[in-house]
Design a protein around this ligand. Structure first.
Ligand code: G
Ligand code: MN
Length: 282
């Protein structure tokens, strides 16, 4: 494996045989439904800032699909197709390995060994047999300490079995892996998950952050979530911070971390290495 994986090989995906592999035209017709190997999965990294120190504490690995004709697509364009094709877990497994590897390289190149990496994983994958072994393997092969990995539990599918997810996450949590509830306040997220799953962090959905501090309702929700999180000793990450007034108000209200276009857009591994390790060759 080269030191930079600007573009990593595709994960081992199921492929429909005997079908036309030409991408189709039109909205969301990125061809992924027809053939998951016409393009290439890549990762972009978005910085997460510690609001008390103002420093980057780590990065979230964001999945993208680089399609030969449609360009770089976001998960909203292909996640449903990926789930329907049965390949979601295989792709998430690849994300876990690639992100741990690239972050470990970044730690070595930048000399910043405390940088963390957050990876999005669907609840159905977390409870699947072998998930804990996948996580341990990704950490071992990248030589990344468990405490540098945060698994963001995505809220766009229901948590299938609360007892199973609690069991699976507790085992990994004991080994040092951190868990975070993504898009908190929307989708299938529930306050019960904070009680049942050993989460160290919740990510405040960007729809609340968007109306903060202008909207009275959004401000009340943000304030209430921060008070609850503090009482439960859970950190809060504000997603989608795009404006100065949001950032200032979030700092004032005691939000712990922030992510968003104002602070840093998602970047390719090459951009990341060049930003954090300026001596990195072109
Ligand atoms: O739900 P989750 O936080 O995992 O979603 C991450 C997605 O949000 C990424 O695709 C990323 O590009 C996008 N994103 C990151 N920061 C911002 C932002 O400030 N505004 C908006 N609208 N989207 C953002
Ligand atoms: Mn996320």
């Amino acid at each position: 494996m080269s030191i930079i994986q600007e573009k990593s090989v595709n994960p081992d995906l199921p492929r429909r045989s005997g079908e036309d592999t030409q991408p189709t035209e039109g909205k969301n017709s990125c061809g992924i439904e027809d053939d998951l190997s016409v393009g290439e999965f890549i990762l972009h990294y978005q910085p997460k800032f510690d609001l008390s120190s103002g420093r980057v504490s780590g990065f979230e690995a964001l999945l993208r699909y680089d399609h030969p004709t449609a360009g770089v697509l976001s998960p909203s364009d292909f996640l449903d197709s990926l789930r329907a094709s049965g390949a979601l877990h295989a792709v998430e497994r690849w994300v876990l390995r690639a992100a741990c590897f690239q972050l470990s390289q970044l730690q070595k190149l930048s000399g910043q060994s405390s940088l963390g990496i957050a990876v999005n994983v669907s609840p159905s994958h977390i409870i699947a047999a072998g998930f804990s072994d996948e996580v341990h393997a990704a950490l071992a092969e990248s030589e990344l300490p468990a405490c540098c990995l945060t698994i963001e539990i995505t809220e766009n599918e229901p948590i299938p079995d609360a007892r199973l997810i609690a069991y699976s996450t507790r085992k990994l949590s004991k080994a040092g892996v951190k868990f975070s509830l993504d898009d908190f306040g929307t989708g299938y997220s529930s306050i019960a998950h904070i009680r049942d799953i050993p989460v160290t962090e919740i990510k405040l959905d960007r729809s609340y952050v968007a109306g903060f501090p202008g909207s009275k309702t959004d401000t009340a929700v943000v304030a209430a979530i921060i008070v609850m999180a503090k009482a439960l000793d859970v950190r809060v990450v504000a997603e989608g911070v795009e404006r100065e007034d949001q950032l200032e108000a979030l700092q004032e209200i005691g939000c712990d971390f922030a992510q968003g276009f104002l602070l840093g857009k998602p970047m390719s591994p090459m951009e990341l290495y060049k930003t954090l390790a300026p001596s990195f060759p072109d």
